[in-house]
Design a protein around this ligand. Structure first.
Ligand SMILES: NC(=O)c1ccc[n+]([C@@H]2O[C@H](COP(=O)([O-])OP(=O)(O)OC[C@H]3O[C@@H](n4cnc5c(N)ncnc54)[C@H](OP(=O)(O)O)[C@@H]3O)[C@@H](O)[C@H]2O)c1
Length: 260
């Protein structure tokens, strides 16, 4: 049987890098995609140190041409058995603020467009090869609107929604789709979104990236469509179904608020 490769986007750090190392431990070879060549090479060395092959593709997934190139480079001559659609970023501030657009545009390009396109490219490839698994990294943020991180929350709602539909469409067709919805996780995401200094970020007890990746991997293996790792995060996600929308907005607004 042709060996299966795991393609991880955003593999240069955080949850993506944890996925890469976990997949290597599980005996898979890796295709690692992100922008930062030096950090990707470090991730590749970690994979090789675990006895597996690692191919590095430096690509800016906010550019649709780069998304196509990354997929072509990854998949020509390789069977991509797993796609971990993990690359993502957030932005903080009021939606109406005039200066947020550049980063919001990037979030939409990476969190939504690149993820959608890669999944669309991967489905026929996987189905044609006899099956596969897709993990889309959404977020607990996808269960609720998020004043202060409006575009981020909305982008993750999109990922959660789309993943469930595609999982349903692909049932009995050999390809599973899992939306991984972590709560706050100790990675560089908060610093890059400009909120590493928020008290809630400093004080909130957060799991590490490796725990989150393991929960996502196990759920994908089990063919689970949505996974919220951690008891407290599950409670938060479920509580959104019974919390009045106005109260939910006000709670989330307070969560992301910058103290005066
Ligand atoms: N940390 C959390 O609390 C949390 C909670 C829920 C969900 N998530 C989700 O988990 C995923 C991973 O985030 P993380 O927490 O691990 O954050 P992170 O440490 O900041 O990692 C983000 C990854 O995405 C890559 N990336 C960003 N922009 C990119 C672009 N234009 N093209 C290619 N790659 C790009 C980065 O690589 P380069 O900079 O090298 O390009 C990096 O590898 C994201 O989708 C995030 O929304 C995170």
């Amino acid at each position: 049987m042709q060996r299966q490769w795991v393609l991880v986007t955003g593999a240069s750090e955080g949850i993506g890098r944890a996925f890469a190392e976990l997949a290597a431990e599980k005996g898979f070879d890796l295709v690692l995609v992100a922008r930062n060549a030096a950090r990707l090479e470090q991730a590749a060395q970690a994979v090789r140190g675990l006895g597996r092959e690692a191919v590095v593709i430096v690509a800016d997934l906010s550019d649709p041409v780069e998304v196509e190139r990354a997929w072509a480079e990854a998949s020509i001559g390789r069977r991509i058995g797993w796609l971990v659609n993990n690359a993502g970023l957030g932005s903080h501030g009021k939606f109406a603020a005039p200066d947020g657009w550049a980063r919001e545009r990037l979030s939409l390009d990476v969190n939504i467009d690149a993820l959608t396109r890669l999944m669309k490219l991967a489905l026929p490839h996987m189905e044609g090869a006899g099956g596969g698994r897709i993990i889309n990294v959404a977020s607990n943020a996808g269960f609720m609107p998020g004043p202060g991180m409006a575009v981020y929350h909305a982008s993750k709602s999109y990922v959660l929604s789309l993943s469930q539909v595609v999982a349903d469409e692909m049932r009995n067709r050999g390809v599973t789709v899992t939306a991984l919805c972590p709560g706050p996780t100790r990675t560089a995401l908060f610093d890059s979104a400009g909120i590493g200094d928020l008290p809630v970020v400093k004080r909130f007890p957060m799991p590490g990236a490796a725990d989150v990746a393991r929960a996502g991997w196990d759920a994908a293996m089990a063919g689970q469509r949505v996974i919220v790792p951690g008891g407290m995060n599950k409670l938060m996600a479920w509580s959104t179904w019974i919390t009045p929308p106005g109260l939910l907005l006000s709670l989330t607004r307070r969560f992301w608020a910058r103290p005066r």
